[in-house]
Design a protein around this ligand. Structure first.
Ligand code: NAD
Length: 352
């Protein structure tokens, strides 16, 4: 299995394989770029069908983290870790202790955090073995009180800010009263977004594969429940994907009516070419890694310090970044994704 000639290699600084026979750990850590600071990115646990599949995922994700942090103006580089294993059946304290040792062996060049298949509990176990872990402690909540290290509330706040910027740019509206928003996935981020939209006077349509999550949004926020496949074709102002990736694809694109797409999900476009099709149709797409950066900003403030007010102000900067992307895309006749990538690359080069 080649690494240097891998299609996703893109000048990674370091790719390391870790194995621990006693716990069964098989993991890869990829460090893409540290021009702006130590590489920070989540540790994903997934039952990859092959080592090659795991390598491809970790390379793609770590490069994405370089871009996300650069665009969010954070003093961080991009990295990612993957553990090959089933998050439902394969977890043990020994496994995450071994993973903590693996992270520690890189001496702080890579800082880990929660991702799909891992959470605060796993970060706490890794923190027994390394200090290069984010999201393992307690944080002050925006609304007062304390919360655990889960960055989802910050992600939800950033998406809310970004959605407002997109609505202002595309629909010329300053307030969200009566704005019609369809949310796909009302989990940690989607429900947090729904709460803020409700407070701002928006009308909500929601779907989720977990019935209890739908019920919570209906009962607590007065949202209208719709079927999983009906969420795309609604006559709404905004479609907010907050569930899984690749949901903008040729099939869903045909159904989509919303002039704005602004949501938290990672890798929303099934392929990069769809950005041009969205532009052609007059649909304003808020690039996923720009609008969902609230979580990484949160993690960065936890590591480097800073008050809750400073964190909040930094997250609010997502609005200005998106507005710059939208305006530049319009001026240059380009897609929002191409402009976001260029802006991130400019910042990465400037940091060299
Ligand atoms: P979550 O698991 O809490 O919520 C996702 C929700 O989507 C769940 O309620 C799930 O049941 C639902 N869902 C899954 N498949 C669905 C489908 N086919 N149709 C409808 N609903 C479906 O996850 P989250 O932390 O809220 O993250 C949501 C998205 O945002 C993910 O794509 C994640 O990668 C991305 N994201 C999250 C953060 C964060 O801080 N949590 C940061 C950046 C990006």
């Amino acid at each position: 299995m080649s690494v240097f000639s891998h299609i996703e290699f893109d000048h990674h600084e370091q790719v390391v394989y870790g194995h621990d026979q006693a716990s069964g750990l098989k993991a890869i850590i990829a460090i893409h770029n540290r021009n702006l600071g130590p590489a920070l990115g989540g540790c994903r646990m997934w039952p990859y069908a092959s080592d090659e599949e795991a390598l491809r995922d970790v390379l793609r994700l770590s490069r994405g983290m370089s871009y996300k942090s650069a665009l969010a103006r954070l003093p961080l580089g991009g990295g990612k870790a993957v553990i090959i294993g089933n998050p439902h059946t394969g977890k043990s304290a020994a496994l995450f202790q071994a993973m903590g040792d693996f992270v520690d062996s890189l001496g702080g060049r890579y800082i880990t955090a929660a991702d799909s298949g891992t959470g605060v509990a796993e970060m706490q176990i890794m923190a027994e073995r390394t200090r290069h872990v984010a999201g393992a402690g307690q944080r002050e909540a925006f609304g007062g009180g304390m919360r655990n290290g889960d960055p989802s509330p910050s992600t939800a706040y950033g998406v809310f800010i970004g959605l407002q910027a997109a609505v202002k740019h595309r629909l010329g509206r300053d307030d969200l009263k009566g704005l019609r928003v369809a949310i796909q996935g009302v989990g940690q981020v989607g429900f947090g977004l729904a709460q803020q939209l409700k407070e701002a006077g928006a009308e909500l349509w929601v779907t989720d594969i977990v019935e209890a999550n739908v019920r919570r949004a209906v009962e607590q926020l007065g949202a209208t429940a719709v079927g999983q496949n009906d969420i795309y074709g609604l006559e709404v102002d905004v479609f907010a994907p907050c569930a899984m990736g690749a949901i903008i694809n040729p099939q869903t694109l045909e159904a989509l009516r919303a002039p704005v797409i602004a949501g938290a999900a990672n890798n929303q476009l099934a392929d990069a070419g769809l950005a041009e099709e969205l532009r052609r149709r007059g649909c304003l797409y808020a690039p996923d890694y720009a609008i969902n950066a609230g979580g990484i900003i949160d993690v960065c403030y936890e590591r480097n310090g800073g008050s809750t007010a400073e964190l909040k102000a930094h997250i609010e900067g997502i609005g200005a970044t998106l507005t710059e992307i939208f305006q530049r895309a319009e001026r240059e006749g380009s897609t929002t994704t191409a402009v976001a990538d260029r802006m991130a690359q400019e910042r990465l080069h400037a940091g060299r």
